[in-house]
Design a protein around this ligand. Sequence first.
Ligand code: A3P
Length: 304
Amino acid sequence: MPLEKIEDLKVDWDVKRTEVGEVEGIPLPKVICDMWHKIWAFQAKPDDLLIATYAKAGTTWTQEIIDMIQCDGNIEKCKRGSTFDRHPFIEWIIKTKFPTGLEKAEAMPSPRTLKTHLPVQLIPPSFWEKNCKIVYVARNAKDNLVSYYHFHRMNLMMPEPGTWEEFFEKYLDGKLLWGSWHDHVKGWWKAKDSYRVLFLFYEDMKENPRREIQKILQFLEKDVEKDVLEKILHYTQFEIMKDNPMANYTFLPPEIMDHSISPFMRKGVVGDWKNYFTVAQNEKFDSDYKKKMAGTSLTFRTEL
Ligand code: A3P
């Protein structure tokens, strides 16, 4: 039995900004920490596909691309439900009385495509045991930070962002939900050497979406006709997705996301950080980054 769609739920949302707890030192919404034993015990199936990201790295975009591939470019089929309902967000809990990400995943017929923001060490072990395919998308830290800041402003379930300066410091301290960006990307970068992880970059997707979609097709062992590829490219452009009510998060009630503060589909560009970072912040960020990213072969582009 599919669970009720989020936009059809007739409830008093009464949303409050979440309290923050910790699982193994990683800050997570307290409701998630309280249910952690259940999330950890999640039973993945061998044909599950997991889309993993640090929040604001291009998850929704990748979800839409993958759904369009799986639906052979049939946009009407992709509009069968919102991003939120098509791909259960495994660790997500709005409130325990509403369907949780786990319940949505369990109610979904296979093959399932699931979403997570968990760092690699917190992925439920069954994903590794079942050797599931995972698509990981990473975005350069500076744009990721700016996007996360605006997301905290508009998503009224996230902790108070405070000022830009305060948010910037929290990010450097790894104190934001889902923890340190640096550890997240490094952990997943390493995992790709041992597991079936396709590691993509937001900047590459912006630069050449056709090439990156072809990488996904290859990873999923899918072939599509040329006109289907053109359709996928068309419907997953920022400007088109921005107007797609099944992908732009306007399907959530305004009590959760207030797009008048900042739209979910905000700018969708590489390099917006330059409009926010002061010279002093940039220097601090770069020197901290150098230390935290020392010894990894992982590199990012902060402009195109
Ligand atoms: P900005 O806030 O920089 O605009 P996530 O889905 O992981 O939460 O990421 C959201 C970010 O991806 C937002 O970044 C959003 O605008 C951007 N985004 C969403 N769809 C996109 C698309 N089709 N092309 C480029 N960027 C997109």
